[in-house]
Design a protein around this ligand. Structure first.
Ligand code: ADP
Ligand code: MG
Length: 246
């Protein structure tokens, strides 16, 4: 059994009076790809955001690379160097070029030498066919291009773990494939450990080692991918799969 990189135990999260995550328990092994599936509002984004320190949680523990996370902002800033996250909205700084958006994390936060950081950034941009856009501004890019830059920006920090939250949800269909291929390569070629939230069921089926199925803030199933897509354990997961077009 590969080493556990991330372990979540008894996590509970409320927004004011609304209790949205209930006793969440799971772990992710080195190199494993977990897809987090579930209907809209089931708590997928909230859970992912808790794993990156973007939401406070009221109870439970998160252990990353053997260290229990003490959830202070300072600690989360450190952890975010290791756990990269990409959202549906790319959140690039509009006033900075593509290159400067990428360098912000590597040179300002990680204090990497500027020339090295720049050449690494260019290599990453080339890997997603955007090296010609290093000096462009986000407004000059399509949605799919912006999302590729957001992925490069996260990868430039050399994370050990990636979180993807519906990164293709706002893209045109022809752009979706291109972004999914990048994530597939990260999983299959680079053996990146990751949690992926997606509504692209064929992609999830192809990429996932294991599926966590969330409903009303509870994990109803944690099932190996082949089994989840052919014989889910719960009626709710079955109904969910039946409702998806794939
Ligand atoms: P999903 O990503 O699965 O669609 P979310 O994690 O976004 O689900 O939402 C889970 C629940 O938490 C929903 O009922 C949603 O309305 C609620 N919620 C999400 N964000 C907030 C917030 N900032 N304040 C209050 N309630 C929220
Ligand atoms: Mg969401």
């Amino acid at each position: 059994m590969a080493e556990k990189v991330l372990q979540v135990e008894h996590l509970e999260k409320s927004y004011q009076k609304k209790h949205v995550l209930h006793d969440i328990n799971f772990s992710v092994a080195q190199g494993e790809v977990v897809t987090l599936l579930g209907p809209s509002g089931s708590g997928k984004s909230t859970l992912i955001r808790c794993l990156n320190g973007l939401e406070v949680y009221q109870k439970g523990t998160i252990t990353f690379e053997g260290q229990k996370i003490i959830p202070t902002e300072k600690n989360w800033q450190q952890i975010r160097q290791k756990i990269g996250m990409v959202f549906q909205s790319y959140d690039l700084f509009p006033n900075l070029t593509v290159m400067d958006n990428i360098l912000l994390g590597t040179t300002k936060v990680q204090k990497k030498d500027k020339a090295t950081a720049r050449s690494e950034a260019l290599a990453l941009l080339k890997s997603v066919e955007l090296d010609d856009y290093a000096n462009a501004y986000p407004r000059e890019l399509s949605g799919g291009q912006k999302q590729r830059v957001a992925i490069v920006r996260a990868l430039a920090l050399h994370p050990d773990f990636m979180l993807f939250d519906e990164v293709t949800a706002s893209l045109d269909p022809e752009m979706v494939r291109c972004v999914l291929t990048i994530i597939e390569n990260l999983a299959n070629r680079d053996n990146m450990t990751m949690i992926v939230v997606t509504h692209e069921m064929n992609f999830a089926k192809q990429i996932a080692d294991r599926v966590l199925f969330l409903q009303d803030g509870r994990i109803l199933e944690q099932t190996p991918s082949e089994q989840f897509f052919t014989a889910p354990q719960t009626d709710r997961a079955k109904a969910f799969l039946d409702s998806m077009d794939f």
